[in-house]
Design a protein around this ligand. Structure first.
Ligand code: ADP
Ligand code: TRP
Length: 362
């Protein structure tokens, strides 16, 4: 109880008080074990396609902001992407792009560990061990599996056990906070349940119980077709798509079929929803007035959207292109990140092996 009290008092993060249930005991364990009051944030991105503005707003930006108040562990979820991507050259390219995205949007490799999932192979060991404790029924209820099944897609073993590997990602590194978009909430909840079950069976000190961090205003960014934007739906606006092509994509965002003269409803319009992610409050109010007044076509709103997008993306795009030009620098960052991550992973596995009987008693 002592460390819990100390932890809460010394934690400068407003987020600690507001979004973390005390009963989770996360501070007590994290603080006890590492004797450090640092909160660890962890998240991953699948290198399954070029990053899009759903990734940016739902995860990358919130994750980069967390580096001010936490110790970030961010990684490229290659094993997860492998459930759908089987092209080696594209795969390598997307891994590089994902890493460059974090860096282009300001992740500081001195503060953060940025790494590739596959560089810490212990995650597969932990995934196996967790898997031997998880009922099929729970995995059958996971969204990714259900939607693949509903769509009649090929389902490999990796797709089915996707949430188990994701839980291993989270639990391997004593994670406190998991910044993600809303689509990942269920997976993080599953990780919490697996961790609690494991702690209950083998002893309270094994895993830190994580909490998802989801920003309500960017929880689900719509794609050009109005569904959730996703690499797997082909409805994305790429973060680093060259301006000309990006403008063409923006012009494809679906709207209703109202005429130029008609008054329009900003609150039910995808273009306006996307605009709101990049425009100032004043700009939003101004465009909303033009919607309601009538006399403005959707082409105008789309042009306005393109302009705020381009304004926000121009600088990161330059940094990104510079980084992609020097892949060996990205490589160095990833190797350094892997070394940091691995030292934490080894300690966790030591506890897990010892507790389960895979290793000697401690
Ligand atoms: P995708 O669905 O395009 O394959 P990932 O699964 O790699 O993207 O997601 C990486 C991160 O981006 C996750 O935290 C996810 O929740 C977030 N994210 C993805 N799409 C969106 C979206 N449309 N709106 C908000 N967040 C999103
Ligand atoms: N499944 C996540 C996604 O599709 C990516 C991911 C893998 C992840 N492992 C994770 C996110 C661990 C957060 C924590 O977006």
């Amino acid at each position: 109880e002592m460390s819990m009290v100390t932890g809460v008092q010394t934690c400068a993060l407003p987020i600690c008080q507001t979004t973390l249930p005390r009963e989770a005991g996360w501070l007590a364990r994290g603080a006890n074990r590492r004797m450090s009051k640092m909160v660890r944030a962890l998240t991953g991105i699948q290198p399954s396609g070029p990053p899009h503005i759903g990734n940016l707003k739902g995860m990358v930006e919130p994750a980069v902001e967390l580096q001010e108040s936490t110790e970030p562990f961010y990684f490229i979820a290659s094993y997860h992407a492998m459930t759908t991507l089987k092209d080696p050259e594209l795969f390598r390219q997307y891994q590089l792009e994902a890493a460059a995205t974090f860096l282009a949007f300001g992740l500081d490799p001195k503060r953060a560990a940025l790494f590739r999932q596959q560089d810490i192979p212990e995650v597969c060991e932990l995934s196996w061990i967790l898997g031997t404790h998880i009922n099929l029924g729970i995995l059958e209820r996971a969204h990714a599996f259900k939607s693949a099944k509903d769509k009649g897609k090929e389902i490999n073993l990796g797709t089915f056990s996707y949430p188990v590997l994701m839980a291993a990602d989270i639990l391997l590194y004593d994670t406190n906070l998991v910044p993600v978009g809303k689509d990942q909430k269920q997976h993080v909840e599953m990780a919490k349940d697996f961790a609690a079950g494991f702690n209950h069976r083998y002893g309270e000190e094994i895993f830190v119980i994580p909490e998802p961090v989801i920003r309500p205003e960017v929880a689900t960014v719509p794609g050009v077709d109005g569904q959730k934007m996703s690499k797997s739906y082909g409805n994305t606006l790429g973060v680093f798509t060259p301006p000309k092509q990006l403008r063409k994509r923006v012009m494809k965002v679906v709207t209703d079929s109202k005429e130029m003269a008609d008054p329009k409803d900003p609150d039910s319009c995808n273009v306006f929803a996307l605009y709101g992610l990049f425009a100032t409050k004043d700009e939003q109010a101004e465009l909303a007035d033009r919607y309601r007044a009538g006399g403005m076509g959707y082409g105008h709103a789309k042009q306005a959207l393109f302009e705020v997008l381009d304004r926000a993306l121009a600088e990161p795009r330059e940094r990104y292109l510079e980084l992609m030009d020097k892949p060996e620098q990205i490589e160095d960052v990833l190797e350094e990140g892997a070394a940091k991550a691995r030292s934490v992973a080894l300690q966790t596995m030591e506890r897990v092996r010892s507790a389960t009987g895979l290793g000697a008693r401690r």
